[in-house]
Design a protein around this ligand. Structure first.
Ligand SMILES: [Zn+2]
Length: 523
């Protein structure tokens, strides 16, 4: 080897060493965050956090928030007031026309009276009707698997309490309800599964379910009874369920129906089916429909930008919830974190280059209705992929909707160009557990509506806790199961990501524009 080469190699190694030493400290990378600002965000979010109060008010005081109910209207007004109180600009309830009839539960009671007394854990199906007063009588079980079975039960169900689902066995779970990510589970997320595109699932059940509903209606059933049974829905955990197409003002209102805790459903079923013993139940459901205002509303508020004010960074969660709990983890948590992130930035008096817009979506639980309407109004039509001018102006969107677990990283949503940027942005939060950027996509919430039209929209990786096992859509989605320290951490990380996106020279890189497509069908 010639001496010149040796010298060159020495310099190259030295340069690489300097880079290796200095780049992680972040001073050379264009995406290294402003560490002074990161300090301020951490200080404000970890020492002066308001997130607990926000989450508690939304869940405990306002309570469950089905879209179109008076409760969501209260939540929207309350959120708008908070935004104004902190000095956000352009605070508004932005209407959209695609929602339909609203609904709220007013009263649900269910008791077993004979052969012994037991209070039963019951909720109303969402958008289910009221019973005609209190119904007391012998419950009947119908085993209807096809249209041919209708004849067996004709003229026998008028005014009755009708169990219509086969009982579901209740397993005893031997693994913990709650968990945090560890190195292995985070590593598993780092690999992106590749899947061939699937043809849309033919909804073959729908025809029969419509006919079943028509049959029960024609028979004049008093109240339907179904079971919450499914794995991890034991020990009195009851999962909410909606009624299809119930928001369409042209369709008949759905029948009254209660969902019982699986153990209670199975007990009644065994008494009347296995032992053929007489039983007596008492059931009363009162619900209310709201058809005067068929609009849905998303709540927005802004911290105006400066030299790039026409460009926007958005953050949010969804304010609507299922009705049996208080929608604490799903998604008062995400709303509280997004609001708190906005509060932190406002409290620090930041002067962002781009406009920061916090959004609380409605009707996420009914199939991203609010966010899809927003996308179609502001950004693009997903079915034609024709873009509106605002499409070019969205620098990034950050969503939080996986419960109250702390942020462990972020899904790059298949956009590998953002990965090194997000890695640099997470660095000042490694000590708080936010470490991983993974390429894979995650769905299931409103960022999907933006991602579907090619916008850089992301959701964070959160510790799963007990979200998927006990909390999600159940009567136990309540404030007591939120981990407040985790929400504080999440607000800090979210505020940092939003701030960095607002200050970056360029908007976040985008994926290629998707083909025109239909949103996946959801209930
Ligand atoms: Zn949710």
């Amino acid at each position: 080897m010639r001496p010149i080469n040796k010298a060159f190699r020495f310099v190259a190694v030295l340069a690489a060493l300097i880079l290796a030493l200095e780049l992680p400290a972040g001073q050379q990378s264009p995406d290294s965050p402003d560490l002074d600002m990161m300090n301020k965000i951490r200080f404000e979010g970890l020492r002066h956090s308001g997130v607990a109060k926000l989450a508690a008010y939304l869940s405990d005081v306002i309570g469950p928030r089905p879209t179109g109910s008076p409760a969501i209207a209260r939540a929207n007004a309350w959120a708008a007031e908070r935004m104004k109180e902190w000095g956000l600009a352009n605070v508004a309830l932005e209407p959209y026309a695609s929602f339909g009839i609203g609904w709220a539960p007013l009263h649900v009671s269910a008791h077993l009276l004979e052969p012994h007394y037991a209070p039963l854990i019951a909720i109303s199906t969402e958008w289910g009707s009221s019973t005609k007063g209190r119904i007391t009588g012998a419950p009947v079980y119908v085993d209807i698997r096809s249209k041919a079975d209708f004849a067996k039960y004709g003229q026998r169900l008028g005014g009755r309490i009708v169990l219509y689902q086969p009982p579901v066995p209740v397993p005893t779970p031997f693994t913990p309800d709650a968990r945090r990510h560890d190195e292995a589970s985070l590593k598993a997320l780092a690999e992106t599964p590749v899947r061939a595109s699937q043809p849309p699932d033919p909804d073959y059940v729908r025809g029969f379910l419509d006919e079943l509903e028509d049959f029960f209606r024609a028979e004049g059933v008093g109240v339907l009874v179904s079971s919450s049974g499914a794995a991890r829905r034991e020990y009195g955990t009851v999962t909410a369920r909606g009624v299809r197409q119930a928001r369409d003002p042209k369709r008949p209102r759905p029948l009254p129906e209660i969902i019982l805790a699986a153990e209670h459903y199975n007990r009644v079923h065994r008494i009347i089916e296995e032992f053929k013993e007489p039983a007596k139940m008492e059931v009363e459901v009162r619900t209310e429909f709201f058809d005067r205002d068929l609009l849905g509303y998303n709540v927005v508020g802004e911290i105006p930008g400066s030299d790039k004010a026409g460009e926007v960074v958005m953050l949010g969660g969804h304010v609507d919830s299922w009705s049996p709990g208080t929608g604490a983890a799903d998604d008062a948590a995400g709303c509280a974190v997004a609001l708190e992130a906005a509060r932190i930035l406002k409290a620090l008096g930041v002067k962002p280059r781009r406009t920061i817009r916090v959004v609380l979506w409605s009707a996420e639980e009914k199939g991203w209705v609010g966010s899809k309407a927003y996308v179609e109004k502001h950004f693009a039509d997903p079915e034609t992929m024709s873009l509106k001018p605002e499409h070019a102006k969205l620098a990034g969107y950050f969503n939080l909707d996986n419960g109250s677990g702390r942020i462990r990283g972020i899904y790059a949503q298949g956009n590998v160009a953002v990965m090194p940027i997000f890695e640099a942005w997470l660095r000042p939060f490694h000590d708080l557990g936010a470490t991983h950027v993974v390429a894979r996509e995650t769905g299931g919430s409103d960022h999907g509506a933006l991602d579907y039209v090619g916008l850089p929209a992301f959701q964070f990786i959160q510790d799963p806790l007990d979200y998927g096992t006990r909390i999600h859509h159940t009567n136990m989605d309540v404030y007591d199961h939120l981990i407040i320290e985790d929400l504080m951490q999440a607000a800090v990380v979210m505020a940092a990501f939003v701030y960095n996106t607002a200050m970056r020279e360029e908007p976040l890189p985008r994926k290629p524009l998707p083909d025109p497509m239909h949103y996946p069908v959801r209930r």
